[in-house]
Design a binder for this molecule. Sequence first.
Ligand SMILES: C[S@@+](CC[C@H](N)C(=O)[O-])C[C@H]1O[C@@H](n2cnc3c(N)ncnc32)[C@H](O)[C@@H]1O
Length: 375
Amino acid sequence: MIKPFKPYAPEQPWLPFSEVLLDWDEDFHQLMLCDHIRMVAYESAIRSQVRPGQVVVDLGTGTGILALWALQAGAGRVYGIDLDADVLELATQRIHAHGFADRFEAVNRLSYDVVLPEPADVLISEIIGNVGDNEDFQPILQDAIARLLKPGGTVIPEAVETFIVPVEAIRTHQDIGNGSVATLNGRYQFQQLLRQKNIRNPFNLYYDAIIPTQQHLADVQQVKRYDGNWQQAPQYSRALDFTVTTTGTLTGFKGFFRAQLAPQVILDISSGDIGGRKCSDSWKHCFFPIEQPLAVEQGDRIELRFERRYPHDQAPFRQIYSWHGQVVPRNASATTTANVAREQPLQFRQSMDEAALAGISLSALPALDAAPDAG
Ligand SMILES: C[S@@+](CC[C@H](N)C(=O)[O-])C[C@H]1O[C@@H](n2cnc3c(N)ncnc32)[C@H](O)[C@@H]1O
């Protein structure tokens, strides 16, 4: 089994790679190529779905590994699209080295600008973020399905579901507060990312971190499901109500995805088992911290409003997540001395858009599900 490209520990916060995706370099691609659960699932899905002679589009081909598997499965032609010319050169070299030069066409464009001479039978992509939509896959796939794929063609992944759960992750919280955030190499700097995104408070950003299942404080809930023609609105506002199952300290929320890559192939990044190589080395989990940790007891409720939207103006990021809500003690109406301090709901409020946080109440914003799709 391939070893992780970079060792990592439970609860260790890493820079959120989905937020620097246009700067990805060779190390990041190496990290993905060494991600055992990612590689096994994608290879299995592609080999089970691609038939000899078929036309395949590999959207975001990167180093060309998915395209190579499609060619090995017998694809008659593979169009490998990537906006990054340098990585596309690596894909071309890989495909040529395997003797498939005559069946691979590199397309160095943003997918929205691509026009192909023939519609594809299969559309492959791996532009999934660790909370599903944090690489903005919905509009990209909706456009590609409509323009580049035959009607009824095969899409890998078929569907992606995202989930969220309140967690106790003390170390992650402390490390974020101390600015101790791991990065893949010197190109990626934590403080530089905060500056780029105009974020002053590190608790208004999400992080990549493995948060083991034992640290869940409640049952996991689904936030979103994308499937079919990928027409689901990418801007949304979800109200989630968790009942605390384990007394502890709420330090934030763990997000993750489960992708149905093909009828028999599921890629699930929820595991926290690093030693057993069941975690995703590249995605890890998505950790949404809250600035002030809150003590919670079994039976308390955690009300969470989880939102995703695009910036209203030229904000220096392409998507904004906001997570706010409150802990409602199970005995909120009781009046004994012991629980007086816990009678008031305990609130938290974080957003990647700090200006909106300071100026207007997020709950006063119009319902985002009703907003037109952007992107
Ligand atoms: C997560 S990497 C996956 C690379 C490769 N498919 C793999 O599985 O190893 C995503 C790649 O998609 C490219 N990409 C993302 N969105 C794109 C778009 N809309 N058009 C073209 N390329 C895109 C990025 O440049 C990056 O190389």
